[in-house]
Ligand binder design. Structure first.
Ligand SMILES: Cc1ncc(COP(=O)(O)O)c(C=O)c1O
Length: 351
C-alpha cells in the first residue's frame, strides 16, 4: 500500500493572493499554534548568528540538558528532533518496517498513519466511540497486545479530549511493543508523563515546543524514554536537523517556563470566552476540550462555511468527505480580537 501524503494547508501568502487580502488579514485557526508574538527571541539571535558558518553540535548536549531539567528526566533519556513530527518519523524508522504492525485510535493526528505506511508496516485502527468520542480502552488494549507500535495522542487531536489515566495505563500495560504517547498539548493539561517512564520501559513520550511554548516556527520537539530506546532513536537521527538558532531559542524557552505558563493560562481563559461566544452564536461546540482548540459540529454546512471563512482570511481546519469528522470544523483558540473576528464573521455568513 502506498503511504498517503501529508495534506499541507494552503499558505498564508497563497490565501492572501487568492482572495485579494493583505497577508496580515489572514489568521490561522487551523494549526493549533499560539497567538503570542515571539519578540523575546530578538536579543538571542544576534550573538548566535555569528557562527552560522558551522554546523550545530550534533549531540545537542546542551539542549538535552535543558529538556531533561524541564521535563524531569536525565539528559540520557532525551532525544531532540525538528519538532515532534521528526520524532514520530524517527520512531517509525527505528521500530517499524515490512512485517511489523502499528495501531492507533481514530480520529487522531494523521502523521501516525503516514509514518507507519512509509516504512511498509501495516496500520490498524480502533475508533473513538460516538457520539461523545469515548476512549475504547478494551479494544485499544487488545490491538496494542498485537502491535509493534501503538500511537496514542493524549489529549487527542482533533477531538480535544484528555483520556483517563486508567485507560491509558490499560493500553500501555497490555502492549506487546512500544507505546508512543504524543503529548503535544500537555502544557494545557499539566501532564507530567515522564513520571510514567519509571513504570513502563516500553514507553516513549513526545513533547513539542510548538504549542504551549508557542515556538512552532522554531521546529523543536523531544522524545523521552528509557536509555535503550533513546540509543535506537539516536541511531537513526540525522546529525543536524535542528538549526543553531532553534536550539538556542529552545534552550532559552525551557529555562524560562514562566512565559509558557502565562501564555497557557491566558489561552485557557480565552478558550472559555471563545467557546461561550460560539455557543451564543448557536454553534454546537464539542464539550471538554483539554487543548488550545475547539471542535464544532456544522453538518453539511461545514465545508461551505470553511470556504466562506477563508474568503475573509480566516483559515479553519475542515475534514474531507471520507474523514470521521466530516461535518466538523476545528478552531484554534487565538487572541481575543481574532476569536471575536471569527465569531462575528460566522454570524454574518450564517444569517
Ligand atoms: C498531536 C500532534 N503531534 C505533533 C504535532 C506536530 O508537532 P511539531 O510542531 O512539534 O512537529 C502536532 C501539530 O499540530 C499535533 O497536533
Amino acid at each position: 500500500m502506498t503511504a498517503p501524503r501529508y495534506q499541507w494547508q494552503p499558505t498564508t501568502a497563497d490565501i492572501a493572493a487568492r482572495f485579494g487580502l493583505t497577508p496580515d488579514r489572514v489568521v490561522r485557526f487551523d494549526h493549533n499554534t499560539s497567538p503570542y508574538p515571539t519578540e523575546w527571541v530578538h536579543p538571542l539571535i544576534a550573538p548566535m548568528s555569528r557562527n552560522l558558518n558551522e554546523y550545530p553540535a550534533a549531540s545537542y548536549a546542551d539542549l538535552r540538558v535543558a529538556a531533561a531539567g524541564h521535563y524531569g528526566v536525565l539528559p540520557e533519556n532525551v532525544v531532540p528532533g525538528a519538532g515532534v513530527d521528526e520524532i514520530l518519523l524517527l520512531i517509525a524508522r527505528a521500530y517499524l518496517g515490512p512485517g511489523k504492525r502499528a495501531t492507533t485510535v481514530e480520529p487522531t493526528y494523521p502523521l501516525y498513519e503516514i509514518a507507519t505506511l512509509q516504512t511498509g508496516a501495516e496500520f490498524r485502527t480502533v475508533s473513538y466511540t460516538r457520539p461523545d468520542f469515548g476512549f475504547p480502552a478494551e479494544a485499544a488494549a487488545d490491538a496494542a497486545a498485537t502491535s509493534d507500535v501503538t500511537w496514542l495522542c493524549v489529549p487527542n487531536n482533533p477531538t480535544g479530549h484528555r483520556q483517563r489515566d486508567d485507560d491509558i495505563a490499560q493500553v500501555v500495560g497490555a502492549a506487546r511493543g512500544l507505546v508512543v504517547i504524543d503529548a503535544a498539548y500537555a502544557e494545557y493539561t499539566g501532564d507530567r508523563w515522564a513520571t510514567w517512564l519509571d513504570r513502563f520501559e516500553h514507553l516513549i513520550v513526545c513533547h513539542t515546543l510548538s504549542k504551549g511554548f508557542g515556538l512552532a516556527g522554531a521546529r523543536v520537539g523531544f522524545a523521552l524514554a528509557h536509555r535503550t530506546l533513546i540509543d535506537r532513536l539516536d541511531a537513526v537521527r540525522p546529525p543536524g536537523s535542528i538549526s543553531t538558532l532553534s536550539a538556542g531559542i529552545a534552550r532559552a524557552a525551557l529555562a524560562e517556563p514562566q512565559r509558557m505558563h502565562r501564555h497557557v493560562d491566558n489561552t485557557v481563559t480565552e478558550r472559555s470566552r471563545f467557546q461561550r461566544g460560539l455557543e451564543d452564536a448557536g454553534i454546537d461546540v464539542v464539550p471538554h476540550t483539554a487543548t488550545n482548540f475547539l471542535l464544532c459540529e456544522f453538518g453539511d454546512a461545514a465545508h461551505p462555511l470553511a470556504t466562506a471563512l477563508m474568503q475573509h482570511g480566516l483559515v479553519v481546519r475542515s475534514f474531507r468527505q471520507d474523514h470521521a469528522l466530516h461535518g466538523f470544523l476545528r478552531f484554534t483558540v487565538r487572541s481575543r480580537d481574532e476569536n471575536a473576528r471569527l465569531i462575528d464573521t460566522l454570524r454574518s455568513i450564517t444569517t
